[in-house]
Every structure is written in C-alpha cells, then in structure tokens.
Design a protein around this ligand. Structure first.
Ligand code: ADP
Ligand code: ZN
Length: 219
C-alpha cells in the first residue's frame, strides 16, 4: 500500500508512521529524517539545504522532488511505503502523482486542545532524540531515557501559545494539499475516538484503529 500521512505537529504522525510501517512491512520515509541525515553527513545535498532546514523554511520543491524520486525508486518501495513529510505543497503532490500512485492519504484529525495538552507534556531525550510523554508514554524512570539512559528535556517551543501558533501555520499549509487529495477521493480521515471524553489514547491503540480503518478503506 502506498500511503501518505498528514497530521499537525503533535498528532503522533512520526510515531504512528514508524509503527504502521513495521506492522505493514513497508518503509517509513520521512523527509525530515532524510534531510537531517544528509546535513549530518556533510554531503553536497546536505550543505545546499541546511540553511532551509535550520530556519524551518521549506526546501525548494525541485530539490525535495529529486530526493524523493530517487528514494522511491529503491527496491524496498516496490510493495509500498508511508510518506511522512512529503508532499507538503500541491506542486510536490503533482510531481508525486507523476512518479507513483498513492492509494490512501491518512489525515490525522486531532482537536487543538489535545495537541496543546500533548505537546506541553512532551519530553525528548537529549542524547538519542527519543520522544516520551508524561501522560501517554512515560519513561520507566522519571526524567531518564529508557533506550539510552539520557536526560529528558522539554522543547522550548512546546509551550501553549507557541503550540497554537504552530497549529495555525500547519492548517494554512495543509489546506490546499487536503483539497487536492479530497478531489481524488483518497483521503482517509482518522478521528481520535476518545477525544470527545477529553482523554488521550495510547499510540498502540491508535495504530490498531488506523489499521482497521485501512482495511475498510481498501475494500
Ligand atoms: P517540521 O515539522 O518542523 O517541518 P520535519 O522533520 O518534517 O519538521 O522537517 C524538517 C525540515 O525539513 C522542514 O522544516 C523543512 O525545512 C524540510 N522539509 C521536510 N519536508 C519537506 C518537504 N516536503 N518540502 C520542503 N521542505 C521539507
Ligand atoms: Zn535516549
């Protein structure tokens, strides 16, 4: 299955994508991860995009498209993939249509208050970057990374007023993209069942729900 996943910051997009990928046996392809690796490796590509990435600006479409065309032509993409962070513009979506056929676009719908609550309780490992949550995904030992023993910290921009601002920016960015895919009839809207009660659901439960929804979608 060829999947694109869309969701605001704090929707769990990264977590769900990697879990879904291993459940479905397809690669999880994150443009953010690819770009950060390129920058770290000091490649020519990495050098040319580092100023965009470090300032949070979009990398030019032709660069992103070329990188993705190369990545999607690899053997492991034959049976499908989950794209996380691509496409981000209609121009990229049109390019993607020319090189591949997307089956479904998973659109994660999360109420703003849930995002604010989640992100303001998010913890990140200073050493390995692993992500925890004081409420939904607490580390075994308070303040310490399960994976590497590193120190956990809270991101500077994980503050309510900044989070609301980031949500607003995301909504503006994603609107034309969603409209593009809705016209094609391939958007699978995923709503958090428990958001009505105001409680959050675990990543495991959410992934199970998404897998069920995908089965129905492909029928
Ligand atoms: P963020 O959600 O903060 O944008 P990501 O990890 O998705 O984080 O991406 C990191 C950076 O990589 C972005 O800020 C942007 O500079 C670049 N980037 C990622 N995906 C794309 C894309 N599809 N088009 C253009 N730039 C992108
Ligand atoms: Zn760690």
């Amino acid at each position: 299955m060829k999947i694109v996943i869309l969701g605001p910051p704090g929707s769990g997009k990264g977590t769900y994508s990697s879990r879904l990928a291993s459940r479905l046996g397809i690669p999880h392809i994150s443009t953010g991860d690819i770009f950060r690796e390129e920058i770290k490796s000091g490649s020519e590509l990495g050098n040319s995009i580092s100023s965009y990435v470090s300032s949070g600006k979009l990398v030019p479409d032709d660069v992103v498209n070329a990188v993705m065309e190369k990545r999607l032509s690899k053997e492991d993409c034959k049976n499908g993939f989950i794209l996380d962070g691509y496409p981000r513009t209609v121009n990229q979506a049109e390019f993607l249509d020319r090189i591949s056929k997307i089956d479904v676009v998973i659109n994660l719908n999360v109420p703003d208050e849930v995002i604010v609550r989640r992100l303001s309780s998010r913890l990140i490992c200073r050493n390995c970057g692993a992500i925890y949550n004081r409420i939904t995904l607490p580390p075994k030992v308070d303040g310490v990374c399960d994976k590497c023993g590193g120190e956990l910290y809270q991101r500077e921009d994980d503050r309510p007023e900044i989070i609301r601002e980031r949500i607003g920016i995301y909504k503006k960015e994603v609107a034309p993209l969603l409209e593009y895919y809705r016209k094609k009839g391939i958007v699978l809207d995923f709503f958090y069942e428990s958001s009505k009660s105001g409680e959050d659901i675990s990543p495991d439960k959410a992934v199970e729900m998404i897998i069920e929804a995908l089965k129905e979608f492909s029928n």
